[in-house]
Unconditional design. Sequence first.
Length: 179
Amino acid sequence: MWNSASHWGWPAKLLHWVGAIMILLLLGHGWWMTHLAPRPDRLAHYAGHAALGYDFMVLLVLRLLWRWANPVPAQPPESQRWERVAAQAGHVGLYVLMFAVSLTGWVVADTFRTPITKDLFGLSFPLIAQDRTYRNLYEGSHVILSYLLAALVLVHVIGALRHHFIKRNDVFRRMWFRS
């Protein structure tokens, strides 16, 4: 169950993969609802997007709490210094961007004429911004940060696949459920 110096525990794996699925859903749905969804349906899509985003934010907090309470498995000993630095910077960047995208999304949801405050389970999130003066700035920031997150997620996936197929070490396998 618990993380060790060499493996992730099942809660860390579950939080990682559920979070990964949610990120992909949020990124894909966010792009779709702003580019392809019929205009009359967009408000419902924004509500669903915000609801999933609120739940993702809760999952992200749980994931960070788990990570702080458990050791992080060590990098493979054959990793070069630049690989260790890149991995650490990439993970910090992912967490920073996940929080930044979530928070800007929360602010955007709060600045609708009728604020969107419910998650998928019907639980209410508090309003953190109601002033619509800077709504376009908030929404633009959310979009830019989302694209940056998408790019870093792609780099993360490429790095994991590099470890698995090229370097042939256990970095990817130990985050998978059958390690």
